[in-house]
Design a protein around this ligand. Structure first.
Ligand code: ADP
Ligand code: MG
Length: 320
């Protein structure tokens, strides 16, 4: 490793904070951690490659935020409290300016969740960011994909399709990604793509209610399909019930907005199932978190994820 790379590590280390459960953080051959008694460790890794997972011109602070957000979203979907993690960075050149801007976004989110960076790796190569994140969850309380039961309601948090809509606009040359803000409704869509909010507080509350949960990174139908496959059940989604933001509907119209919500990715909302007798409790959770929770369908016998309502030709579609 060259001197330039050590200088970058020093800049990252200067931004990372301690925690009582970190025996030894950045700077040795490995970090030493003291996990909570009576808890499981939840461990997840996600990589973002330039040009594949984000537009190449994305600003470094936005890349920093999203690199961590996608990992915290996975911990949220497990009902785990974010704790620590590592960052593997591959950079085309050793730019301190780039690292400082990246760290602005990365540590803004890390600090908000008291998630601490405890190590990593820094190499020269095509721009790629990889986080391994650890969280903690009390024994037996993790939210898994394999617990959905026939008769459960299917719920989602927030609104769906906004990030996919922003990506479509960018692909058409109609949205600037490399700027601080754009005028009008498009800024809301853009923020949903660039700065997704991992639903950590919701994940913790859902430990008491959900039978199964997944975060929506690849599109609602695809990710709900992970729950049905792992649980050995089917699902029926009501297209008329999908939570669509007013900005998305205004920009794309109802049908295209629904398509974004059903198949678009990058929402990082949670999709979960719960018994029908938990509806009032879940509405109370929504109110206390000030986060909409919407019932969009039900778990049924079978294997397929089906979509009812005016979602497409014939108003009824099947997805394998
Ligand atoms: P080693 O050669 O023993 O793997 P390095 O010289 O690669 O160690 O790294 C020195 C220290 O800096 C280690 O504690 C490592 O975890 C940390 N580190 C390296 N790169 C990063 C990074 N991108 N983010 C956080 N910590 C890092
Ligand atoms: Mg070593």
């Amino acid at each position: 490793m060259s001197f330039a790379e050590f200088a970058l590590i020093d800049r990252i280390r200067a931004r990372s904070k301690g925690r009582d459960d970190i025996v030894l953080g950045i700077g040795d051959d490995a970090a030493l951690l003291q996990p909570l008694a009576g808890h499981w460790l939840a461990v997840t890794a996600d990589t973002l490659n330039s040009g594949v997972h984000f537009p190449p011109e994305t600003m470094p602070a936005d890349i920093g935020w999203k690199t961590l957000a996608v990992n915290l979203s996975d911990l949220a979907a497990m009902g785990a409290t974010p704790a620590w993690g590592t960052l593997a960075l591959s950079l085309p050149e050793a730019s301190e300016e780039w690292i400082d801007a990246f760290a602005d976004g990365f540590f803004a989110l890390a600090d908000a969740h008291e998630w601490r960076l405890i190590g990593g790796d820094t190499t020269r190569g095509a721009l790629s960011l990889s986080v391994t994140a650890f969280g903690q969850v009390p024994h037996g309380q993790a939210l898994r994909r394999d617990g959905a039961q026939v008769g459960d309601d299917i719920w989602v948090s927030g609104t769906l399709g906004d990030a996919a809509a922003a990506l479509h606009l960018w692909q058409r040359g109609a949205l600037n990604i490399a700027t601080a803000a754009v005028p009008g409704d498009d800024e809301m869509l853009r923020q949903r793509l660039l700065r997704p909010t991992p639903r950590v507080a919701l994940g913790l509350r859902l430990r008491a209610f959900a039978h199964a949960a997944v975060d929506i990174s690849d599109g609602l139908l695809a990710d709900l399909g992970h729950i049905t496959t792992r649980s050995g059940v089917g699902a029926v989604v009501d297209a008329d019930a999908l939570p669509l933001s007013p900005g998305l509907r205004a920009r794309f119209g109802r049908d295209a907005a629904r398509a974004c919500a059903l198949r678009g990715g990058d929402d990082y909302e949670l999709c979960f199932t719960a018994a029908a007798n938990q509806r009032d409790a879940l509405h109370a959770v929504a109110a206390s978190l000030r986060l909409p929770l919407t019932r969009i369908g039900r778990i049924v016998q079978g294997h397929a994820v089906q979509c009812e309502g005016e979602a497409g030709p014939g108003g009824y579609q099947h997805f394998a």
